[in-house]
Ligand binder design. Structure first.
Ligand code: ADP
Ligand code: MG
Length: 239
């Protein structure tokens, strides 16, 4: 069972799409304040695992414990209220709303109407976008949009934040900015599960790495262990 520091724990988690098993009997856990990266070849089941944790997909079988409570039957919004935040693979800012208006949508949810303006500006400062407050999100750079999404998720004050490929398509400099932001939020106590292909980015941010392969946990360990593992290298080469 979950230990005292365990924030999230899946037990025998399984997801089938028709006859295809995308997540196969997975025991996976994240400790409070931990930053765990989830890697693995395309189709390994990484996005599906995160969608099971957020409730976007229902599990076929198995349990998901969060703070010791089985949340597998809770609706997505109830999981957000418990403290599970998510930035999806597909961008989810509202292009026609300004950075400020986007941030307001999140801040309002936790903050009510008191000192709303201050809280929104604080949220924008945190992601270095205060200067772009009146810019429609659709006109921000990809890096700025990515930071806005992470900032909006963080404004919901999660204890656990799930990021699905947060730096895909970003420049080296934009990656650095996202790495700094994630590290800063993690320093504030937010635990993370981050799906990422860029192993240098993973090395920069991860406390621990889980390798998923064929819907199963293939390896877990430090980035050094994972990098040195010939079997891990082999699955990426399609062996
Ligand atoms: P990853 O994120 O690791 O690339 P996914 O979790 O997106 O992998 O997908 C894992 C497997 O499950 C893939 O083979 C994919 O085709 C399949 N899959 C994902 N979502 C669905 C779905 N909604 N319906 C059917 N198959 C799906
Ligand atoms: Mg994916």
């Amino acid at each position: 069972g979950p230990g005292t520091d365990t924030l999230l724990q899946t037990s025998g988690l399984t997801k089938r799409f028709g006859g295809f098993t995308a997540i196969d009997n997975v025991d996976f856990s994240v400790d409070e304040g931990q930053l765990r990266c989830l890697i693995g070849p395309n189709g390994a089941g990484k996005s599906t695992l995160l969608k099971l944790i957020t409730g976007r997909h229902d599990a076929t079988s198995g349990a998901i414990y969060y703070d010791g409570e089985d949340i597998a039957d809770l609706r997505p919004n109830d999981r957000v209220d418990l403290g599970i935040g998510m930035k999806f693979q597909v961008p989810s800012v509202f292009d026609e709303l300004t950075a400020y208006e986007n941030m307001r949508l999140s801040v309002q949810r936790t903050h009510g109407d008191d000192n709303l303006d201050e809280a929104i500006l604080d949220g924008l400062k945190r992601i270095d976008l205060a200067e772009r407050a009146t810019t429609p999100a659709g006109e921000l750079s990809h890096g700025q949009q990515g930071r806005l999404e992470i900032g909006m998720a963080a404004a919901l004050e999660p204890d656990l934040l799930l990021l699905d490929e947060p730096v895909a398509g970003l420049s080296l400099e934009e990656r650095r900015e996202v790495a700094d932001l994630v590290t800063e939020l993690n320093g504030d106590g937010i635990a993370f599960i981050v799906i990422e292909h860029d192993i240098d980015f993973v090395a920069e941010i991860a406390d621990e790495v889980t390798v998923l392969h064929g819907g199963q946990v293939f390896r877990e360990g430090s980035i050094e262990d994972i990098r040195a593992d010939d079997e891990v290298r082999r699955i990426y080469l399609g062996g």
